[in-house]
Design a protein. Structure first.
Length: 129
């Protein structure tokens, strides 16, 4: 149904598996040769002020992407630790009521896309069902 959550390298992220730090650098580093392209190809417009504004906005988007990746990795690691701790103490692999709570929180805040995002977050932390 849904594909495994993938690292930047293309490898699936599995519970208990360390998350690669290369993703951090991939977001901060523009593609090779990006500076050599004309402004129109980079921004889709030849108008200088619009092009400059687009570059500013994209820089902020890149910062947000970096923060999201870092938070995603931290959340997945914490969730994996919860699962390991719970199972080591004789508990269940997962707690469905907690997963439903998270799904609902994201659905209320973001709608249907929030539900899909929550499913990906949950899977990154516990692995596929």
């Amino acid at each position: 149904m849904m594909a495994d959550v993938m690292e930047q390298s293309g490898s699936p992220i599995r519970p208990g598996q360390p998350v690669a730090q290369e993703a951090e650098q991939a977001v901060a580093t523009p593609p090779a040769g990006a500076d050599a392209e004309p402004a129109e190809q980079q921004t889709g417009t030849e108008e200088p002020s619009a092009s400059a504004r687009i570059v500013q906005i994209r820089e902020r988007i890149d910062e947000i992407d970096h923060a999201l990746i870092t938070l995603w990795q931290e959340r997945a690691a914490l969730s994996q630790e919860v699962g390991v701790t719970r199972m080591a103490s004789g508990g269940t692999r997962l707690v469905l009521s907690r997963e439903r709570e998270i799904l609902e929180r994201f659905r209320v805040a973001l709608g249907a896309d929030g539900t899909q995002l929550a499913l990906l977050l949950l899977r990154a932390g516990r692995g596929p069902l």
